[in-house]
Design a protein around this ligand. Structure first.
Ligand code: FMN
Length: 489
């Protein structure tokens, strides 16, 4: 399911999260330690409006509480209270998100010691783990009843929205302190107010310079299509008509274009350029090149690691070398091919171009403190997760998988392992190892091995499959040769 779709309903589900206690009781599961929040509103029926005795109308979160209640997203904890300072558990939060996603049933081997089968949150945690929205603690626990921390709240929403919905929430500092229900309500409300970005795209800025509004028109289309933020490069000294007279060899524009050192000053700046992964950059063609103020803009920021998508408008000239001439000003950025438009180009034409772009997929994640980045092994319809070893071999495998998933044809060998070529040599860290079921080994530098039984040899440890018994692993791998796919989550 696409994240944008999930998100749309996510808010609705967030409220449902809060209703977990009621669900737990109904389904015979254990009740979460934290007070339950919401009675689950039937589809299409809003929770009844009404004041909470512990939500002062002047409180910073009053609007957010009103919002989540009136939209059926969160309700009170009973006795007319909302409990704004109370907390949510990790199980509650992922259940909210899971329900928002339509309660998908996933075939994913998830064996957290504190997530028994058949509980109200079991399938939600399984789904969230399969989607890498959450990870375990590395000791086999999910942290079912642990309160959602502020860091966790921010990161989960970031994974969904790729936008900082927790920024500016009073008391929110991204710390390991529990998030409050009031903060969760505010995050939900903030999310609901965001323009939707297409799934999988990074945070996008559309920056442009436009002297006579043609390029502004294109920038507006792009921002509208992507739900991106816009920044206009405004000259400190505005250009007059006389300044723009390209027939006058001494006009300001012509003088600037003829002066390699010209850097017209800009009024204002981008507030937090670090937030953006992708920067669309637009300009009018001036004598075949970008106006020098675009150079001023590029030299003002560290754009390394970002993807820059150039576009321009002109009377008739193509983009030509105008983008390439700017590349030396932005070390470390990746430039996509640019596109020239007429000043009156339609939204549809711009959209066709945008949709054809190979924009980077945003990770939008990061690893929570205390959570491990997981190796995923997809085999015979099951996705196993594994914890990587702490050595240069595992690090190299991780880097290899950062380039994309790897398919490996594995042969059964010796009735204790499956072994197949990685397609690349990794550094070895051989040591005498008595293998156990679930051990992941690098053999001879370029073979990936999954052990399902014991062996003793000088081997390089790559990691270990989490929470699977030898019997289960044998059943999953089967007795024959097998095809597996490795990826990082
Ligand atoms: C100083 C100057 C030089 C220009 N040079 C060219 C050019 O070389 N080729 C071209 O097709 N149009 C040229 N134009 C026209 C602009 O590129 C075109 O009108 C553009 O769409 C203006 O965009 P804006 O409204 O965003 O400023 C020039 C305009 C100016 C003011």
């Amino acid at each position: 399911m696409k994240r944008s779709t999930r998100l749309t309903a996510a808010l609705l589900s967030l409220i449902v999260v809060l209703s977990l206690t009621a669900c737990a009781a109904r389904e015979g599961g254990e009740a979460p330690a934290a007070p339950t929040l919401l009675a689950r509103a039937p589809a299409g029926i809003s929770a009844p409006a009404g004041g909470f005795s512990d939500v002062d109308a002047g409180a910073w979160y009053a609007d957010a509480v009103d919002y989540v209640q009136s939209h059926g997203l969160m309700d009170g904890v009973g006795e007319g209270r909302f409990d704004p300072d109370g907390s949510l558990t990790r199980a509650m939060l992922v259940t909210v998100l899971w329900r928002q996603a339509g309660e998908p049933v996933v075939n994913y081997l998830m064996r957290f010691s504190d997530v028994p089968g058949g509980r109200w949150y079991t399938e939600a945690v399984r789904w969230a783990a399969s989607e890498q929205l959450v990870g375990g603690y590395g000791d086999g626990r999910f942290g079912t009843d642990d309160p959602v921390t502020q860091e966790h709240l921010g990161l989960i929403f970031q994974r969904y929205t790729e936008q900082p919905v927790t920024d500016g929430i009073p008391g929110y500092d991204g710390s390991a302190q529990p998030a409050t229900r009031a903060q969760a309500a505010a995050a939900v409300r903030n999310y609901a107010q965001l323009p939707q970005q297409p799934a999988g795209r990074g945070r996008t800025l559309v920056a442009y310079f436009s002297a006579t509004n043609n390029t502004r028109n294109v920038a507006g289309h792009i921002a509208d299509i992507l739900g991106a933020e816009v920044y206009e490069i405004v000259p400190e000294t505005p250009y007059t008509s006389a300044d723009l007279d390209y027939n006058d060899g001494h006009s300001r524009a012509n003088r600037e274009q003829n002066d390699p050192a010209a850097r017209p000053a800009i009024d204002g700046s981008v507030e937090d350029m670090a937030r953006y992964d992708v920067v669309f950059l637009g300009w009018p063609i001036w004598h075949g090149q970008a106006p020098k103020i675009v150079s001023t803009f590029l030299e003002a920021y560290d754009l390394s690691g970002k993807t820059i998508v150039p576009f321009c408008t002109s009377g008739s000239s193509p983009m030509g070398s105008s983008a390439a001439s700017l590349h030396p000003l932005v070390p470390g950025a990746e430039w996509l091919d640019g596109q020239r438009f007429s000043g009156s180009v339609s939204r549809d034409t711009v959209e066709e171009w945008v949709n054809g772009l190979d924009l980077p997929i945003s990770e939008g994640t990061g690893t929570l403190e205390g959570e491990d980045e997981m190796l995923k092994i997809a085999v015979n319809g099951t996705v196993l997760t594994a914890t990587l070893a702490d050595n240069s071999s595992a690090q190299a495998l991780k880097e290899l998988l950062a380039e994309g998933p790897i398919d490996i044809q594995m042969q059964d060998y010796g009735h204790f392992e499956k072994v197949g070529p990685l397609g690349r040599s990794l550094p070895t860290n051989n040591e005498p190892i008595d293998t156990q079921a679930g051990d992941l080994i690098l053999y001879q530098g370029d073979r990936f091995v999954i052990y399902y039984d014991a062996n003793s040899w000088d081997l390089t440890r790559l990691g270990r499959i989490d929470d699977v018994t030898a019997q289960e692993l044998r059943e999953i791998l089967g007795s024959a040769d097998v095809s597996v796919t490795l990826s990082m989550g």
